[in-house]
Design a protein around this ligand. Sequence first.
Ligand SMILES: [Zn+2]
Length: 74
Amino acid sequence: MEAYAEHRTEDMHHCHLCERITYKKIPGKEIGEKWICIDCLRRLKEVLDNLEKWEEELALGEEMEEQIEKDLGI
Ligand SMILES: [Zn+2]
C-alpha cells in the first residue's frame, strides 16, 4: 500500500501556475523544475502569440510619453 502511494505521488504534479494538482493523465510539461499543466501552457501560448503586438504597443506608449514630455518642454 505504501509503495502504491509513493508511486502515485510520483505521477502527481502540482501545476506551478494555477496550483492545480494534476495526475499523469492530465498533460503538462516540466519547464525547468516547474510543472506546468496544459491549460496554463495554452494561456502562456496566447500571451506569447500576442507578444509582438504587445511589445509594439509598449513601444508606442513610450514614444507617446516622450512626445508629451517634449510638448510640455520637460
Ligand atoms: Zn496550471
